[in-house]
Design a protein around this ligand. Structure first.
Ligand SMILES: Cc1cc2nc3c(=O)[nH]c(=O)nc-3n(C[C@H](O)[C@H](O)[C@H](O)COP(=O)(O)O)c2cc1C
Length: 452
């Protein structure tokens, strides 16, 4: 009843506007109203390969034991995509210093199995291309038939066992920070494997952890997430047309609330990847002190470090970081050459050990990676509450944007009146009445908010 009133208000508006040859931005508005007018307005599901997550949120993989089966299964149970990070996961084992490679593989396999026991939702594994055991970790993920493998910190192009991934039903998903990287990966995959990845994570410079940008690029608006997304969506278009299906882009870096999710979806993303917010959950696998560092930090403490890996990283700056920058370095033993690019003898500290100390709550022996919004975190919550909050924020922003759409229509009418088109002036009162009617109908139908 109310939806039909909305439809008729829109129809009348369109007729009036047509009569006076006035172009009003009604199409977009009709679409937005359509999306909101279902009984349970909500966000769209995220499809990756053959799996569908009802919640379009991927929990970012967080290495060195921050996202293990506990967090990943909780996110999957809440309808999102839970991700176990493979990077240095063996540090949770007792024998990492005896055989780091074996410890990594054993721990990853066990965590995947644990997550599968706790959830039948969508579970992925994040593997850094730059680690020396990349292929062995990927083999474990394939053998355990995870739903997807996210591959970042390097370009996943050569020697990817695409055929085996397909046979095991594992979706490949690269993590990129530029349209150029997407173009390169997709063109090379077509050539080498006659296949392309099932989705792409586009990570902007506000993310926590290692960043795929130079220090100068980090604050340059040209590289901001909102400016990276549209060209990445564009680069994928010809591949989508050839395949006849969508290749979802998942936006990451600085996404904090449901309103942010709405904004990036409007820019063409199909979902988001979030790390920082998931650290501040009961289910996150890090020690309470790690999570508390988020609650305690001030905005100005979140900054960039030059990681021994050779990439900048975003972290909560502390005494440990300050001292290493002044030339101090803790004594450490390199367990094994875990990163291809790391020169342990030149490094001031071992990044894996520093992050592992922080994971265990020993913040004086390491530091905490965090996204640019970590200082906004006010409490540790269950994953389910966080997901509900995001969903509510998404719908609220969608509603707001319908209102903005109505206002844009009203502004167009006003502009036309002021420009002195005689016919429009005559019809103006009628148009205004229709717009008022539309706003009132919206209020009743979907907004449930004060429409002054
Ligand atoms: C503590 C922490 C550890 C992270 N570790 C990894 C990692 O091992 N591999 C990776 O690809 N991304 C890593 N990230 C990035 C996240 O997966 C995610 O893309 C990022 O946090 C999104 O930005 P946000 O924190 O603003 O939500 C890490 C992020 C954080 C906060």
């Amino acid at each position: 009843m109310i939806v039909s009133r909305l439809e008729s208000a829109l129809f009348a508006l369109k007729q009036l506007a047509d009569q006076v040859s006035l172009r009003l931005p009604l199409e977009n508005l009709r679409e937005q109203i359509g999306r909101l007018s279902s009984t349970q307005p909500s966000w769209p599901p995220l499809r990756i390969g053959n799996r569908i997550a009802t919640v379009p949120v991927v929990q970012g993989g967080m290495g060195v034991g921050i996202s293990l089966s506990g967090l990943a299964s909780a996110v999957a149970n809440a309808g999102g995509v839970g991700v176990i990070a493979a990077n240095a996961v063996g540090l949770i084992e007792k024998d990492y210093f005896k055989d780091g490679r074996a410890a990594n593989l054993r721990a990853l396999r066990r965590e995947i199995r644990e997550a599968r026991k706790k959830s039948d939702g969508v579970i992925g594994v994040n593997i850094m291309v730059a680690v020396n055991d990349f292929h062995e970790l990927l083999d474990v993920a394939i053998e355990e038939r995870v739903d997807l493998v996210l591959m970042g910190a390097g370009l996943p192009v050569k020697n990817i066992p695409v055929q085996r991934m397909r046979e095991a039903g594992v979706s490949p998903v690269p993590i990129v920070s530029s349209p150029r990287a997407v173009d390169l990966i997709f063109r090379m995959w077509k050539k080498l494997y006659n296949d392309v990845p099932d989705a792409v994570v586009c990570e902007g410079p506000k993310a926590g952890g290692h960043l795929g940008f130079s220090e100068e690029q980090i604050d340059d608006p040209e590289f901001a997430l909102e400016n990276l997304l549209p060209p990445i969506v564009e680069v994928l278009q010809p591949f989508e047309e050839e395949l006849g299906r969508r290749i979802p882009v998942i936006a990451a870096g600085g996404i904090y609330d449901g309103g942010d999710v709405y904004e990036v979806l409007e820019l063409g993303a199909s979902g988001v990847q979030m790390g920082t917010r998931f650290v501040a959950t009961h289910e996150c696998d890090a020690a309470p002190e790690f999570k508390q560092a988020y609650l305690d930090c001030a905005e100005e403490q979140i900054g960039i470090i030059q990681s021994p890996v050779g990439m900048p990283g975003r972290a909560i700056r502390n005494e440990f970081i300050a001292r290493t920058e002044e030339g101090w370095g803790p004594r450490f033993r390199c367990a094994w050459q875990c990163l291809a690019s790391c020169k342990a003898e030149d490094a001031r500290y071992c990044i894996s050990l520093a992050l592992n100390s922080a994971r265990k709550g020993k913040l004086d022996r390491g530091f905490v990676f965090a996204g640019s919004n970590a200082s906004r975190v006010a409490e540790i919550v269950p994953v389910s509450s966080l997901v509900n909050e995001l969903a509510e924020g998404f719908v609220a922003r969608a509603r707001e944007s319908v209102l903005l759409g109505v206002d844009a229509v009203a502004a167009s009418v006003r502009e036309a009146r002021d420009s002195g088109v005689a016919l429009v002036q005559k019809r103006y009162e009628e148009l205004v009445a229709r717009i008022t009617d539309l706003r009132a109908a919206l209020h009743e139908a979907v907004l449930g908010m004060d429409l002054r």
